[in-house]
Design a protein around this ligand. Structure first.
Ligand SMILES: [Zn+2]
Ligand SMILES: [Zn+2]
Length: 103
């Protein structure tokens, strides 16, 4: 019985660590969105944060999304990257890439 309890504690801890990482990423995402203006900089859309992404103003540079992979870097580096980007919703982002919106 005590052994089992220890195992469970370890599993709980692993679970806790996982949750902490998810929370941290979510927080970074919220911070990134807020830093980028909190809404689509073209049309003002802010209903669904998942529909927002960063469009790089420099065409030779890659856009970066708010997917967890893009936010594993430090906040300082993320901020530098956001300064070169514009926060837009998915629709406006597509329109920008289609050349329908001038930013
Ligand atoms: Zn928009
Ligand atoms: Zn883009």
């Amino acid at each position: 019985m005590p052994l089992r309890k220890e195992k469970r504690t370890y599993a709980d801890r692993a679970e806790y660590m996982k949750t902490a990482v998810v929370k941290r990423r979510k927080k970074l995402k919220d911070m990134a969105i807020e830093y980028g203006g909190g809404k689509c900089q073209v049309c003002g859309y802010d209903r669904c944060k998942r529909a927002l992404s960063f469009h790089h103003k420099e065409p030779s540079q890659k856009d970066f999304g708010l997917s967890s992979r893009g936010l594993t870097r430090s906040w300082e580096k993320t901020k530098i990257e956001i300064d070169k980007c514009i926060l837009v919703c998915a629709n406006c982002h597509m329109e920008i890439h289609e050349g329908m919106v001038n930013i």
